[in-house]
Design a protein around this ligand. Structure first.
Ligand code: ADP
Ligand code: MG
Length: 677
């Protein structure tokens, strides 16, 4: 037997179990020994029911009776009477109706482990977890690992198979370099796996988890470090910083740059001068003014004789950027081109020519810029707006278009918490615009109950009467993208029949043709519309400074970062702006909504979001498979700092990664996932 052995040939695994394992994605011995427990139950201190005191308690009891009833808003409450030789106690579960089936047999003994507390006027065991006593291993360890129940696979089955694999686990070869283990005082991989699957004490579990978390982060951060090293070896075009060029441009702006904008621009201009490609992330909260900063870099690159490409994730955004930048550079002798899927082939031909012979200085566009047909004469700088919307392979394509590696500036308005930036984006230099233009007033955000809809509409209409504009964002019907048009049309009718009957209302949704979308956005920008009813296509980047109201319908259905992004469409001028989070019913606002209500700070909200949802949910699993951290927590900043040091040291001193087979394979996978070059 070895790590690659199929689980179906392990002793005690019958055809039914083998099938369940397969369905759970567990095929080999290796898969199962790395299938880590979700938690550990402590059955070391089983109490008699008569002796119960408040706190987390475990009892060994039978279930005498159990029943479920539905209370307000569909919540299902299951209550049971549990009994041991010393007495009886009530247990209660919320939305776990299956307990009734599980505990039906009143002759069976179970361990119940949960909070014994005073609730609803009596002492109860709340939401206890349960384990059938007869299912426990013969020789019960103090701490019992509990596994994720996938596809009906039971914890005790997993434990039984793992018990067969135990001898193999004791002989596992080390996967981390000896020096890393030593310096960081980690337990061996063998002890770590034995420690999570067969712990004797909670300290065993702690040491094991520390080691496994360390390894997870180490692979990720080493990949980043190696990418950074590789990037530093590539050649790029050094673009000399010419202060008069930059000064002339900055002086021509209708506003003065904030100190944070100046600082970011300075950092970028310094990077451009190097002969190695810049690889920088420009982070700034929505409305902080990233476009201007990117434009400074673009002007400098063009003045030095290079071409610049700016990629945006959507057509609306790309054409808005094209307008903004054409306007910003109108005094200079610079040719700006625009390319997207909706540009006709007739318009396209001269553009392609111009890019190839160098007549077009700045090209702005969508994914269409990535097509192989598009060639540049001397592409010096690539700017990617809303970077997390672009896949790694797409970036690769763009970067292949230049004789040398162009400098790369990525911008994001979804602030990335520091822990995440260190682990996943460790190879990037980071500039942060952490301050908004001075005349901006914080957006006033309020959660609104549907019973107050009339009053709300009245106050929105006052804003419109004062010459401002409003967005109304609505949810898709049935979450079905095919119904986008229907969603906004229904909302339109509703608004028409309200106080807004006499207002000019426009519609925007993802199913419209790019040219139609652009036309609507333009009319809104030119104030030929008072209200824009839209789906979340306005989420990213849209800039209409005169809009001061953002009304989000069914707000509780959106993620925190998304609400903040939507809110960022307003508050872009010196007028007071408002964001209304309209709930779909009268229930209590969630923590998410309360956080958005009380904070305008995207960096703070990103941290909260990371805690509430985890990184994979926010930043997408497809692009960031790396974020599927099983053990490590991004909240563990101490560990992250330790691992960062270890990864840096290792990348600097060790040059034979290949001798560590598993490590190098994982690192290589991560390098591909997170690489920007
Ligand atoms: P974001 O960082 O969200 O991409 P933008 O670059 O779209 O922000 O800028 C938001 C708005 O603020 C734009 O209308 C822009 O012209 C304006 N702006 C940018 N910098 C400043 C500044 N220093 N002072 C005043 N307005 C600014
Ligand atoms: Mg922007």
């Amino acid at each position: 037997m070895n790590l690659a052995t199929s689980l179906s040939s392990v002793k005690g695994v019958g055809p039914k179990t083998a099938e369940q394992l397969e369905l759970s994605g567990l095929h080999t011995v290796e898969d199962l020994i790395y299938f880590l427990p979700r938690k550990h139950e402590d059955f070391s201190e089983v109490m008699n029911i008569t002796d119960l005191k408040p706190g987390k308690r475990t009892i060994k009891a039978r279930c005498e009776s159990i029943s479920t009833r539905t209370v307000r808003r569909g919540m299902r409450v299951t209550t049971a009477t549990l009994a041991d030789a010393t007495g009886k106690v009530q247990a209660v579960w919320f939305n776990q109706a299956y307990r009734a089936t599980q505990l039906r047999d009143s002759t069976q003994e179970f361990f119940f482990s949960g909070e014994f507390e005073f609730n609803y006027n009596k002492y109860q065991l709340t939401n206890p977890s349960t384990e059938k006593v007869s299912d426990l291993p013969v020789q019960t360890d103090r701490l019992l690992p509990v596994y994720r129940a996938v596809k009906g696979l039971k914890s005790q089955v997993v434990r039984k198979i793992l018990n067969e694999l135990r001898p193999l686990m004791t002989m596992l070869p080390e996967t981390l370099p000896e020096s890393v283990i030593k310096t960081n005082k980690l337990v061996s991989v063998s002890d770590a796996l034995l420690g999570v699957h067969f712990p004797k004490t909670s300290q065993d579990v702690e040491r094991a988890r520390e080691r496994l978390a360390f390894e997870e982060l180490f692979e990720l951060m080493l990949a980043s470090q190696l990418n950074k090293q590789a990037n530093a070896k590539l050649e790029s075009w050094p673009i000399k910083f010419e202060p008069p060029v930059v000064k002339r441009f900055v002086d021509s702006l209708p506003f003065t740059l904030t100190p944070a904008q100046k600082q970011a621009a300075w950092e970028i201009l310094q990077d451009l001068e190097r002969e190695h490609p810049m690889n920088r992330l420009l982070q700034g909260d929505v409305g902080a003014g990233k476009t201007v900063v990117a434009s400074i870099a673009a002007i400098q690159a063009v003045s030095a004789g290079y071409q610049v490409a700016l990629l945006a994730p959507t057509e609306i955004l790309a054409s808005q950027h094209a307008r903004t930048i054409a306007d910003l550079v109108k005094n200079d002798n610079i040719t700006v081109g625009f390319l997207s899927g909706s540009v006709t082939s007739k318009q396209r031909q001269p553009l392609l020519e111009g890019l190839k012979n160098g007549q077009v200085d700045i090209i702005i566009g969508t994914h269409a810029l990535l097509e192989p047909a598009i060639q540049f004469k001397r592409l010096g700088l690539v700017i990617i707006d809303e970077q997390h919307r672009f896949g790694v392979n797409q970036r690769q394509k763009l970067l292949e278009k230049s004789g040398r590696m162009p400098h790369l500036l990525t911008m994001t308005a979804t602030p990335i918490p520091r822990s995440l930036a260190l682990t996943v984006y460790g190879e990037l230099e980071v500039s942060i615009i952490n301050q908004k233009p001075a005349e901006r007033k914080p957006i006033i955000t309020k959660t609104i109950s549907p019973v107050s809809r009339k009053e709300l509409y009245a106050s929105v209409d006052k804003e419109l009467a004062a010459g401002r504009q409003a967005y109304v964002v609505c949810r898709l019907i049935d979450d079905n993208p095919a119904n986008e048009a229907k969603s906004v049309e229904m909302e339109y009718k509703k608004l028409q029949n309200s106080v807004f009957g006499h207002r000019r209302i426009g519609l925007l949704h993802g199913k419209m043709k790019p040219t139609e979308k652009d036309a609507v956005m333009r009319r809104f920008l030119e104030h030929k519309l008072d209200i824009l009813v839209s789906t979340t296509v306005v989420e990213v980047g849209v800039d209409v400074p005169n809009a001061t109201v953002m009304l989000i319908e069914d707000a509780e259905q959106y993620g925190l970062s998304q609400l903040h992004q939507l809110r960022g469409r307003v508050g872009r001028s010196s007028h007071q702006s408002y964001c209304y989070l309209m709930m779909s019913d009268t229930s209590k606002p969630s923590q998410r909504l309360r956080e958005v209500e009380r904070s305008n700070d995207g960096f703070y909200l990103a941290e909260v979001d990371l805690k509430l949802r985890g990184p994979g949910e926010i930043y997408g699993r497809a692009q960031h498979g790396a974020l599927n951290l099983q053990v490590a927590s991004l909240a563990d900043t101490k560990l992250i700092a330790r691992v960062q040091k270890a990864a840096k040291d290792f990348a600097r001193t060790e040059n034979d990664l290949l001798q560590y087979k598993q490590l190098s394979a994982h690192v290589e996978k991560y390098q591909r996932l997170t690489t920007l070059n």
